[in-house]
Design a binder for this molecule. Structure first.
Ligand SMILES: [Mg+2]
Length: 157
């Protein structure tokens, strides 16, 4: 299972893992849109998908019910480091990360391709600085991964 993404100016990527922040990234106001569920599940046929969350509201399991992903609850109080470590362990070269918050800064940096999502909740400018791409909506990010030609047009040097 892998997706090959080749963008001029970037190393050729063989992506195996997709790491997603939950609140503000794939979920807005505690819910994942139907279209987002469909896109994540389509990508899960090519990539192993992880959702990382501190699960502040204790609802992660319920929110993520319909998606084909492994939900990992990370340590509260050191979310940023825990998310960065998680991606480092998977391996930078094979991982795409999506996040919107300041605590996503390190995982965006640690992944070969970091995408920050503005969504309805906005994104941290610190996270943005570590990302390769900013999109307005989570579905745009997931479609980009499905259709790397869109990514290529945005990122090529
Ligand atoms: Mg977030």
């Amino acid at each position: 299972m892998a997706l090959n993404i080749n963008i001029p100016g970037y190393p050729d990527m063989i992506i195996q893992y997709l790491v997603l922040d939950l609140n503000g990234t794939i979920a807005s106001k505690g819910e994942i849109k139907e279209s987002t569920v469909r896109l994540i599940n389509a990508l899960s046929r090519h990539l192993q998908v992880f959702v990382l969350t501190a699960d502040t509201f204790g609802k992660a399991g319920e929110i993520c019910q319909g998606i084909n992903a492994e939900v990992t609850i990370i340590e509260k109080g050191r979310e940023k480091e825990a998310k960065g470590d998680f991606v480092s362990k998977l391996g930078k070269q094979g991982t795409i990360a999506l996040g919107n918050g300041m605590n996503d800064e390190l995982m965006l940096e640690q992944s070969v391709l970091g995408i920050t999502v503005m969504g309805e909740e906005g994104c941290s400018t610190r996270a943005l600085k570590k990302a390769d791409v900013l999109v307005k909506d989570i579905d745009d990010a997931l479609e980009m991964i499905m259709n790397p030609d869109i990514l290529k047009a945005t990122l090529r040097s």
